[in-house]
Design a protein around this ligand. Structure first.
Ligand code: HEM
Length: 285
């Protein structure tokens, strides 16, 4: 954990100290973030809890009130939305499951080891999956949570995810209203509840004719996130940024296809499993 000033360190320490009372008073005692426990007790790992609090401090520039209110807002959102259920319990539309892949490249450069692949180009003829915003959001959040499950918050070279949007096959003359709604919603949730989680985002196979879409969508995105975007018309250039990617289609060094690289199983953390058991117990009673 690096602090640029004493003030930053003080904000962080104050937050750690105030966390139990903040969580009790403002979050109905809900202390789970990305499957980890933020307050001491069973399943608590101090270095992970501190790394997560630090991410919030960094995202909100170490302004105590901002950090505290946004952290509580995320915990309340998690208590209600239940992203762990979206990741590990719920079944999503097969069409969506087929276009969301996860890869883990242990030897890749820092913070590009875990990559989420969104093959959205394949969905341009399957627009029905965007009709229900909530369903789409639960699928996309589930994929995000599983990608976070492959990170290691004790390792500064693997505590951010990279994301790829493959738009191969996309053609459109105007923004479909359902796609626009889903896109806006996902962007808003990611910006608010997953700060300091993205290292880079690659938009590949974007036809030159569609750069206007980029201009439309980027308006929903904050400056900080926008700086992480790389747009590539030619998908095979991705290998220059992500050498461990498949050589076929993406220009990387691997002989495996993306489907072969796909990580099929991500394990929930012990605390997530404990919370599931509690919920099942409560449902049975
Ligand atoms: C069928 C066409 C398209 C679909 C279904 C689609 C879908 C989406 C979705 C669901 C998101 C939310 C973020 C996420 O899931 O990670 C998103 C974000 C975005 N899309 Fe697209 N998109 C399409 C076309 C395009 C095109 C042609 C561009 C041009 C480069 C583009 C640029 C972006 C940008 C800049 C974001 C913001 C990313 C972020 O904040 O993480 N999209 N898109």
């Amino acid at each position: 954990m690096k602090f640029a000033s004493d003030l930053e360190k003080k904000t962080f320490e104050k937050l750690v100290e105030q966390l139990p009372s903040l969580i009790e008073k403002k979050c109905q005692g809900y202390d789970e973030m990305y499957g980890y426990k933020l307050l001491p007790g069973e399943h608590y790992d101090e270095s992970i809890a501190h790394a997560l609090v630090y991410k919030y401090c960094k995202a909100y520039k170490f302004q105590y009130d901002e950090v505290a209110s946004n952290l509580c807002s995320t915990l309340n959102w998690r208590r209600e939305f239940d992203p762990l259920s979206a990741a590990f319990s719920e079944r999503h539309d097969e069409t969506l499951n087929n276009v969301g892949l996860l890869t883990k490249y242990d030897d890749e450069q820092s913070n590009r080891k875990v990559v989420t692949w969104n093959l959205y180009g394949e969905l341009s003829k399957q627009k029905q999956v965007f009709a229900d915003v909530n369903k789409f959001l639960r699928y996309r959040v589930g994929l995000m949570e599983r990608s976070i499950g492959l990170l290691d918050f004790k390792d500064e070279t693997n505590d951010y995810v990279a994301q790829v949007h493959d738009y191969d096959g996309v053609s459109m003359w105007r923004m479909d209203p359902d796609i626009k709604k889903c896109t806006k919603q996902v962007i808003a949730v990611f910006q608010k509840h997953y700060p300091e989680m993205l290292s880079a985002k690659f938009f590949i196979n974007v036809p030159s004719l569609l750069t206007w879409v980029y201009d439309v969508v980027k308006r929903f995105v904050n400056e900080e996130t926008r700086r992480k975007f790389v747009v590539l018309n030619d998908g095979t250039k991705l290998g220059q940024y992500l050498p461990a990617a498949p050589s076929k289609l993406y220009g990387g060094n691997s002989k495996q296809t993306l489907e072969e690289q796909n990580v099929l199983e991500v394990k929930p953390t012990p605390y997530a499993l404990y919370l599931f058991e509690q919920k099942v117990g409560a449902d049975v009673e």
